[in-house]
Design a protein around this ligand. Structure first.
Ligand SMILES: [Ca+2]
Length: 453
């Protein structure tokens, strides 16, 4: 009798084994890995002109893939930028227009449809390794937004401010605190190890991994192995360790034979902080500004065999494009909601022309700038709180980015009709949004010592 059961089990497991139906049911949809640096500048990688930070792994990714020279984010700060990436929508539609803090009581609403939900609904394993920053309370955490697995920080690594009664910085796994305070020197390597494990664990099924690194957001921390390795102090060391992490991801993909069928994107959520060593290259401004230095981010795409090597794509794209693009690449149906991004797959893979598009840039809930063709128009606002490199602007400004990528030559007076046209576009875009949610500002009160000065 026992022999019969063993035979039966053997037959059943034989029938269920993946090799049995391998030829007819093998899932050939690509895996997607989205690697997101925090506050990495347009000029911080070798392939974007840095000569003080060595980034051989990312440079190789650029050589084997596509390097974008006009990829924009919708906002120069963390939470809004991440919202637009994950929802494919301008963040103002969601109310996530400001950065969340440890005393925040709100987060990205679960009614919003995210990229992770799209992948999950379509049979992908979904994981977030790294920083979330879209609401740290249980009802807003990654598992409520489509992620099967999460390991990382609930918000930024500087959010341990005593006057606000911030707790020591927690490291979490699937909603549970596993270290507090986290040892930030280990963080990049821990993310890498988790990412490699996630890939290994899911090597036989399609997966989406969002690897949202904590650095080079300040405070800067690096492992002993990378301390003092760059020509650019701690900032360079940190970016070089991130670069190594990217190299480890590629090695893991090769080890499991997944490099043939995995899309890897590398990008940053917003521009750099110049005073800590970040570089926006030739671009003006930095994080928190809507100069191009705050919103144009280094972006690479790698997909073996699908892109010509050493391709540079200088057409303008924006962070909201990724959701509809991935949806097209995996044949996912999107729900009937307003998506602001465009499926750019035919443009980036086949060089097809895209319809003309205008991109809108916000700081908090304030619409500050538009890019339309080569024109960039900035409303008259004070737009450089760091005051590192350029004086704030109190006048409306118009630039021809094709001729003047550094936004130095204000053409607003010379081309008054263009200013008028772009001002109208901004107005009608805002009107087209209709009623948008209130900014998610609810937070526990605290005694702010800065206000007593
Ligand atoms: Ca950021």
């Amino acid at each position: 009798m026992r022999g019969f059961y063993l035979l039966l089990i053997g037959l059943l497991t034989g029938c269920n084994s993946s090799s049995y139906n391998a030829d007819t049911t093998k899932d050939t949809r690509p895996n997607v890995i989205f690697i997101y640096a925090d506050d990495l500048g347009y000029g911080d990688l070798g392939s974007y002109g840095s000569d003080s930070i060595a980034t051989p792994y990312l440079d190789q990714m650029a050589e084997e893939g596509i390097r974008f020279t006009n990829f924009y984010t919708t906002s120069p700060i963390c939470s809004p930028s991440r919202t637009s990436l994950l929802t494919g929508r301008y963040q103002v539609r969601t109310g996530v227009t400001r950065v969340f803090f440890p005393n925040s009581l709100q987060g990205l609403d679960t009614t919003e449809y995210t990229m992770a939900e799209m992948f999950k609904e379509n049979g992908y394993e979904t994981g977030l390794i790294g920083k979330w920053h879209l609401g740290h309370l249980p009802q807003f955490l990654p598992d409520r937004h489509g992620f099967d697995y999460w390991f990382g920080l609930p918000y930024s690594n500087d959010m341990e401010w005593k006057p606000r009664k911030d707790p020591p910085l927690p490291l979490m796994r699937n909603g549970k605190v596993i270290a507090q305070p986290v040892n930030q020197k280990e963080l990049t390597q821990r993310y890498s190890a988790e990412a490699k494990y996630f890939i290994a664990k899911n090597r036989n099924k399609p997966f989406f991994m969002y690897l949202a690194h904590t650095f080079p957001h300040t405070p800067l921390h690096v492992s002993a192995e990378y301390d003092g390795t760059s020509k650019l102090g701690k900032y360079g060391d940190v970016v070089q360790e991130l670069d190594r992490s990217v190299g480890e991801i590629f090695e893991t993909l090769k080890e499991f034979g997944l490099d043939e069928n995995t899309i890897v994107v590398f990008s940053s959520d917003n521009g750099p902080v110049l005073k800590v060593g970040g570089s926006a290259g030739e671009l003006r401004g930095q994080k928190t500004t809507t100069w191009d230095g705050g919103i144009k981010v280094p972006t690479l795409l790698w997909w073996k065999g699908k892109v010509a090597e050493r391709k540079v794509d200088d057409r303008p794209y924006i962070m909201t494009d990724w959701l509809p693009t991935f949806s097209s690449l995996i044949d996912a149906q999107l729900p009937e909601i307003t998506i602001d991004g465009t499926d750019i797959s035919a443009s980036i893979f086949d060089g097809e022309a895209l319809p003309d598009r205008d991109f809108y840039f916000y700081f908090n809930e304030e619409l500050r700038a538009v890019r339309s063709g080569d024109w960039k128009y900035k409303r008259a606002v004070v737009d450089n709180p760091y005051r590192q490199r350029h004086v704030p602007s109190h006048e409306a400004m118009l630039f021809d980015l094709e001729k003047d990528p550094g936004e130095l030559n204000n053409l607003a007076r010379e081309f008054a009709s263009v200013v008028e046209e772009l001002e109208k576009k901004m107005d009608s875009f805002e009107k087209s949004l209709g009623q948008v949610p209130e900014p998610k500002l609810e937070a526990l009160p605290f005694d702010d010592p800065r206000k007593k000065k």
